[in-house]
Design a protein around this ligand. Structure first.
Ligand SMILES: Cc1ncc(C[n+]2csc(CCOP(=O)(O)OP(=O)(O)O)c2C)c(N)n1
Length: 200
């Protein structure tokens, strides 16, 4: 585990999301959290296995947990902002307890609630989300030092034998695109993408 948060490069959410998607070859599910994480997931390239959370902070990891448990043969990635994860820290211990080997969580840590006006999050100066994750029972948690390190951690995650968490420090840029706000369409498209809905 590497908890050296202060030594990590400040990167960009859209760039990292694009790098993640470029590594996927097996219809892996990708769950974007509220706001910027799902906007950048959309902008990086829609895939039938992408799910875009609207409205509720902190649900990317719980939704991804459900998908990972329901489809253990499929690798599942979840993208969440630091502010949103702070709303739902308990999900980390739940995930550590259920320990799906196919789940990887990416925390996009800009230290702010970017989308609502860049207010600093409570943990911006004093907390370390990767250390919190490790102490929640997820020893396979690490900060990505730079883009290459992020790609290496994603590759490792693709064959991991337990849940993994990757922390990335990111800049204060908003998401590049905007998901269409149609929850029913998002859900139905995702279920088709996961093969659990018959096409009409
Ligand atoms: C329970 C709840 N409180 C407040 C909001 C308003 N809100 C929506 S997104 C957001 C900030 C999200 O911050 P973060 O997850 O760090 O992502 P960022 O905007 O920095 O990309 C807030 C406060 C909300 N949707 N739900």
């Amino acid at each position: 585990m590497d908890t050296a948060m202060r030594n990590t490069k400040v990167m960009n959410r859209f760039d990292l999301t694009s790098r993640l998607l470029a590594k996927l070859q097996n219809e892996e599910a990708v769950i974007g959290g509220i706001g910027n994480t799902n906007f950048d997931l959309w902008a990086a390239g829609h895939r039938p296995q992408n799910f875009y959370m609207l409205g509720s902070m902190g649900l990317a990891f719980p939704i991804a947990l459900g998908v990972a448990l329901a489809q253990p043969e499929r690798r599942v990635f979840a993208l969440e902002g630091d502010g949103s994860l702070l709303m739902q820290l308990g999900s980390l211990t739940t995930i550590a307890t259920l320990a799906p080997a196919n789940l990887t969580m990416v925390v996009m840590d800009n230290g702010i609630y970017q989308i609502t006006g860049a207010q600093p999050t409570p943990a911006a100066e004093v907390g370390d989300i990767v250390a919190i994750a490790a102490a929640s029972g997820l020893p396979n948690s690490a900060w990505a030092h730079d883009e290459e390190d992020f790609e290496r951690l994603v590759e490792e995650a693709l064959s991991a034998t337990g849940p993994t968490l990757i922390g990335v420090r990111i800049d204060d840029k908003p998401g590049v695109g905007t998901t269409r706000r149609d929850p029913v369409q998002i859900r139905e498209r995702f279920m088709l993408g996961l093969g659990v809905r018959e096409p009409l």
